[in-house]
Ligand binder design. Structure first.
Ligand code: NAG
Ligand code: NAG
Ligand code: NAG
Ligand code: NAG
Ligand code: NAG
Ligand code: NAG
Ligand code: NAG
Length: 371
């Protein structure tokens, strides 16, 4: 009898449990019909116009213990997902991307965004995970962030902080992912970064101001042939001739031997000079190429061909050249000549006929007389 009573009581309880009109509700405490797990709302049994509604796809709820449970009591089966704003289903949470797995207990369909990136809820593609450092962007393989093109450094993973990516110096550019300032290459190919990497300067043996814009004309001009300049030179006058006995022409177009030298400058640094000093006591203007252009201080004298050459009076002068003041070379009397280098007065009348023709005439005359 006792066992039979227990069974009857049990059946009565079950009858009570199943005594809900709303098939999606179950009688709970006090016999009230509450929505089943996976449903939300108010059962038809509690409110005639009510109904326990199925949780959105991919979500689930625990069995209700109160009437009027909200759709928000339905939680996404994928723990990395949340309800969409319109409660129509699940979407990946902020800072995740993908498509939520509707089935509970399975692998998540929502993957965390790469380190240092963030995404709004509902992001489907990894490429929508944006780097927290505004000067960074996703690497090609989406594994993390790298500094954008024309920046260098290591991106700051934390949003809102200082950027870890510094802009390349003005006039230089770098590929995305550059970590060191030395990866910033100057846009002007005849320029390079200063030692302190703060700016672009013309390379050694060039002068000017680099063109900051890539692809344009260079702002760095090569030094004239045979001259050299340190990196960072801005004026052609900074180009020093490799031959130390030479200097730039007035128009800076080339190197010429300095004043009091003659020859052709050696274009190559460190080699023998191509500019020889004028013989002692003689002078030359810059750019003199031959020894004959080395002038004697006595205006009426010039160098002879001896080794070493010395100053001698010009042709038709005689005497000893002076080094200062009045000329030591006296002009021959009018109509007389003297060879160059005459030290004494050997001036003679120019005698084109007397010297040669007259003796011949005399000889012929003598022969005629003999006959
Ligand atoms: C209970 O839920 C199912 C869907 O799971 C639905 O088809 C049915 O109409 C619901 N029952 C009532 C009484 O609302
Ligand atoms: C969500 O999980 C619940 C509990 O495991 C399950 O009943 C329901 O079918 C799941 N939803 C889907 C769409 O698989
Ligand atoms: C780089 O970062 C700085 C500092 O955060 C910011 O002012 C600048 O706008 C950023 N530049 C770009 C191109 O994002
Ligand atoms: C990136 O920024 C988001 C907020 O925008 C933050 O939730 C996330 O934690 C940040 N990532 C890191 C690695 O700090
Ligand atoms: C240098 O060149 C790059 C492209 O190579 C360009 O993005 C950058 O703006 C240039 N810098 C300047 C100052 O023009
Ligand atoms: C001049 O010397 C520099 C080094 O000082 C060298 O780079 C340059 O090539 C030289 N010029 C010539 C034309 O040899
Ligand atoms: C050199 O000779 C010329 C005449 O040919 C003369 O006029 C001049 O004064 C002379 N020079 C000097 C320095 O005496």
């Amino acid at each position: 009898m006792k066992a039979t009573s227990l069974i009857l009581i049990s059946l009565a309880v079950i009858a009570t449990v199943n005594a809900c009109t709303d098939t999606n509700a179950t009688a709970g405490a006090g016999g009230t019909c509450f929505c089943n797990a996976g449903y939300y709302g108010t059962s038809t049994d509690v409110t005639a116009s009510g109904a326990c509604q199925k949780c959105p796809t991919g979500t689930n709820s625990v069995a209700a213990t109160a009437s009027g449970t909200l759709v928000t009591s339905c939680t996404c089966n994928d723990t990395n997902a949340g309800l969409k704003a319109d409660n129509s289903g699940c979407q990946c949470k902020a800072n995740f991307y993908g498509t939520p797995n509707a089935v509970a207990g399975g692998a998540t369909g929502c993957t965390a965004c790469p380190t240092g990136t963030a995404s709004p809820a509902g992001t489907a593609a990894v490429t929508s995970c944006a780097c927290n450092d505004t000067n960074a962007s996703l690497k090609g393989d989406n594994s993390g962030c790298q500094c954008k093109a024309n920046f260098y450094g290591t991106p700051n993973a934390v949003a809102g902080g200082a950027t870890g990516c510094t802009a390349c110096p003005t006039g230089s550019a770098a590929a995305a992912g550059s970590t060191a300032v030395t990866s910033c290459a100057c846009n002007d190919t005849n320029s390079a970064l200063k030692a302190d990497n703060s700016a672009c300067i013309c390379k050694a043996n060039f002068y000017g101001t680099p063109n900051a814009v890539a692809g344009g004309a260079t702002g760095c001009t090569a030094c004239p042939t045979g001259s050299a300049a340190a990196a960072g030179s801005t004026a052609v006058t900074s180009c020093a001739c490799n031959d130390t006995n030479s200097a730039l022409k007035a128009d800076n177009s080339a190197c010429i031997c300095k004043a009091n030298f003659y020859g052709t400058p050696n274009a190559v640094a460190g080699g023998a000079t191509g500019c020889t000093a004028c013989p002692t006591g003689t002078t030359s203007t810059a750019g003199t190429t031959v020894i004959g252009s080395c002038a004697c201080p006595d205006t009426n004298a010039s160098l002879n061909t001896a080794t070493p050459p010395v100053c001698q009076c010009n042709a038709n002068f005689y005497g000893t050249p002076t080094t200062t003041g009045a000329s030591g070379c006296t002009a021959c009397p009018s109509g007389q000549t003297a060879p160059a280098g005459s030290a004494t007065n050997v001036c003679k009348a120019a005698s084109t006929s007397s010297t040669y023709i007259l003796p011949i005439v005399s000889l012929l005359f003598s022969l005629v007389m003999l006959i």
